[in-house]
Design a protein around this ligand. Sequence first.
Ligand code: PEP
Ligand code: MG
Length: 575
Amino acid sequence: MKFEGIAASPGIAIGRAYLVNEEEYCVIKRNVSEAQVKKEVARFKKSISRTENQFKRQRDRVIEEMGKKYARLFDAYMLILRDPLLYKDTIKLIYDEKINVEYALQMVIDKITKIFSMLDDEYMKDRIRDIQDVGNKVMRDLLGQQGVSLKDIQNRVAIIAHTLHPSDTVEMKKDRVIGFATDVGGKTSHVVIMAESLEIPAVVGLKRITRHVSPGDLLIIDGNEGIVHVNPDPEIIRIYRKKKQELEEARSQLIKIKDEPAVTKCGVEVELAVNIETVQEVSTVAQYGAKGIGLYRTEYFYINRSNLPTENEVYERISEVARSVFPHPVVVRTLDLGADKLAVQLGIKPEGNPFMGMRGIRLCLAYPGLFKTQLKGIMRASEIGNIHIMYPMITSIKEIKSANYILKEVIDDLESAGTPIKKGIKVGVMIETPAAALDIEHIANEVDFFSIGTNDLIQYTLAVDRISETVSYLYNPADITILKLINHIISKAGEKGKWVGMCGEMAGETLYTELLIGMGLRKFSMTGMFVPQIKQVIRNTTIAKSEDLARRVLAAGETAEIIEILRKNKEEYAK
Ligand code: PEP
Ligand code: MG
């Protein structure tokens, strides 16, 4: 079987499937033996009883705290639990099809949803949600009994999951996880960015792959083309083994230019830095011949732990990174928690629209104690290396002023305590919202530098969720509006005498390198493994050629035309 999704993290992985169940569960079909059928039914009945008891407990608590009328929902839920549509049909399906209970239950929920959705009745739509809710509760109970987690992985496996979170990927070990494929997700989700950093091939947005894979199935994950093969023919395996080998050879050829300078044919230098999420990734700077770190996503230090890091811990982490790449710079981005990276310690309630919610600088300003602790740690480390500070998710000057005010307080505190810190540390902001991009001239008065975060800039400008597979067809760096904004940012920053870099995923894509150089960009930061390919493009072009390309692209009115120009340009360069 072949599945097509979104090419996320490049490379090819061939190996056995390992299925991960997590909160937004994935359901796997398993055929069971005659003897096992009864056990599956028993599991179902036990799960129904456990869920019923859970509802009862919740109902009693609600009665106690809020009164009887609020407890009716739980009575309704308990009726649904035993409703023949859900209860009897699931059992029947297990017997008839000889399948595992999770899959049978999922099929029943899907069937009910489909039938009731056809009715144009708001009341019935609400009932569907109730049935789904109850069904999901039973499903979680069933899956919870299996209790598998990424941490338990012992062998080299390819992961299949409905969805993964950055907190999962950050735990993946390159020597255990050879690749992953998920039902949902978009190209620039932090899950994918992390996979790139770990150099793990990944395909996302496969919609229903979890339903078609069983543990131990042989998988081919093609992260370049966005394809996953499940139990492929020997011939396909042979082709992919060869392809994998060719890709690896091409990579090791390319890496040979790591010690060559990133200079155009006409002698202009372009700075190439790497993005990192963890201290371990610092090695990619030297490995790929980059000049420092253009984006250190510090928030990963705050997830997957029950307490918050102390000032000393922050100091030690940042110092280690700064020391390792000295004299090259490290752009330390202050906490960008929120959206898809949650710190449970803060007890922030989940939001309906988290990318638009309490995220990045908003969260830091709402929790000044947390922000100050981080800034203190960073400022103390400034003595050790070449550190710049950068604020994420800026939408207004006011936020920068408030953040700078807090930074000043931190500096004053440290100075009056006699703590050595570097004077005149450079402070910049991410330009990743249309609001910041459009007000760049004013913002320039408050900061020393900018870094264009295309991952968010694209999602906020085009109103397209970066982690959604359903609208991923709209997520396009070559969209004329995005290119106009980027051109605006670069030229206005230049007029104001402020340097500007790019650290979004677009910076690592060869299709756009010459275009961006043509617009005047001279600093690129990306996942380490993309540095050699970008360097190669730089070394093969000239400023005049790049400027000509930028002129043609910006004059083209439509995105399709732009893509055509960029593709042709890339083909010519590849000759
Ligand atoms: C961006 O938005 O482009 C960026 C680099 O930041 P992040 O991917 O961490 O949101
Ligand atoms: Mg961002």
